[in-house]
Design a binder for this molecule. Structure first.
Ligand code: ZN
Ligand code: ZN
Length: 238
């Protein structure tokens, strides 16, 4: 766990998970000064799945868990990547079918601010509780769920990360990680949600998710992330 110049606890030690500040910008009083210039970093490890440079235990882009590197693919790790099957040759059985939305109802995720959740977070002394204010105005935004994964987070230019459900705002919820959670399309047209290790966690209908354990999502479910963000899943009209 690194601490950013703003004092956030961050899972990554290059850029802060919470505010995106570069860690190397820490004041010289900190003992992080023993770190050599970031430019001279040796060939950084990159994700075996999506080739993104490593930035912590979990891949910022696909959620790959480095601590189980090498064994995850063979052991039937949650299917984040449809190409995973072809990588291991014939694999075991059917390839993951591409999700065809034709015919079925269109699912959508609607983001908004939830005051009662925010008050609970503050009461529990949650992420940066004293520093985060409830937004005076937060328009509802709707995101259609397409493709085989839909990432929830805040975009990061430094990491070339643009989540499909981008909570950058304004208003911005600073408790949301750059890659906070991922919706995974299922062959039957439904969706599962996985938190690949966000700083402050994810709740579905008030229940915290376990890291890297996907749960089924149904229309009407409410996903809470950060200090005040609620994402409601709806089955809209096609
Ligand atoms: Zn920070
Ligand atoms: Zn990856």
């Amino acid at each position: 766990m690194a601490t950013c110049p703003q004092g956030h606890a961050s899972g990554s030690d290059d850029y802060c998970d919470v505010c995106g500040t570069q860690m190397a910008a820490a004041p010289p009083t900190s003992n992080a000064a023993s770190n050599p210039a970031p430019v001279a970093e040796p060939a950084a490890e990159s994700c075996p799945i999506c080739q993104t440079p490593r930035a912590g235990q979990f891949c910022e882009v696909c959620g790959h868990d480095y601590s189980s590197a090498g064994s995850a693919a063979q052991r039937g790790h949650p299917t984040l990547h449809p190409e995973q099957g072809s990588a291991s040759g014939q694999g075991n059985g059917a390839p993951v079918p591409l999700l065809a939305t034709g015919g079925g109802a269109r699912w959508e995720a609607v983001t908004a601010a939830d005051r009662s959740y925010y008050e609970k977070v503050i009461a529990e002394g949650g992420p940066d509780a004293d520093a985060v204010a409830f937004p005076p105005y937060c328009p509802e935004r709707s995101f259609g769920l397409y493709g085989d994964q839909v990432r929830i987070g805040r975009r990061s230019r430094a990491r070339n990360l643009e989540p499909e459900i981008d909570l950058t705002g304004p208003p911005e919820d600073p408790g949301v990680s750059h890659l906070h959670a991922v919706l995974l399309a299922q062959p039957d047209g439904s969706w599962m949600l996985v938190d690949p290790g966000s700083s402050n966690g994810t709740q579905v209908n008030g229940k915290p998710l376990k890291v890297n354990v996907p749960v089924k999502i149904a229309p009407g479910d409410r996903i809470h992330v950060g200090a005040w963000t609620v994402i409601t899943i709806r089955e809209g009209t096609p």
